[in-house]
Design a protein around this ligand. Sequence first.
Ligand code: MN
Length: 227
Amino acid sequence: MDYAFPPTPVVTLAVVSGKPFPVRRIYCIARNYADHAREMGSDPEREAPFFFTKPASAILHGNPVMPYPPATQNLHHEVELVVALQSGGRDIPVDQANDCIFGYAVGLDMTRRDLQAAAKAKGQPWDMAKGFDFSAPCSAITSQAQSGVIMRGRIELKVNGQLRQSGDVGDMIWKIPEIINRLSQLVELCPGDLIFTGTPAGVGSVVKGDKLEATVQGLDPLTVMIG
Ligand code: MN
């Protein structure tokens, strides 16, 4: 095929002891831990899950430096368990959802919180608060064959060695199979899709020079410098 200009290469994530994972799309669920929903001022008991997206090009991989983004004075960290899909479909039943999972990674749903607050106040979309360049740092993927199905485990974020976020992925309001089920009722899920599964409490600001260390028990850790 001859193109008007060279097509963008496929975004990939390394796989622990495996071939690279080609990223297709990035879906994120909002307010999926009760303690974080409360810190953002909403009632975790009464809300159906809702989703937003980031472009695949937002992936930052290889424990790199994240350039401090433009147009914000309040860049927030959100540590999340990331689910990587090897198959997809529509209306995936909860009891078949885990079969779609290729593996798991640790991700950061980096957020321009000031832009998000402004968007919320005006009833505008979150895209520019969530889907900006380098907004999705992500670790290598550990295959589900290696990790087993993940249903619980510590999830933590340290900034400059200080613990900022600490939770357990078992405390998600919507469990991973339920997220896959709900999302597949809205879009046809595909191999290569990533799902950021929400963040526990303790989100906060980072500035240039900060070192972020994100971990989920049993997975490859993620270290990011803000530059
Ligand atoms: Mn998030």
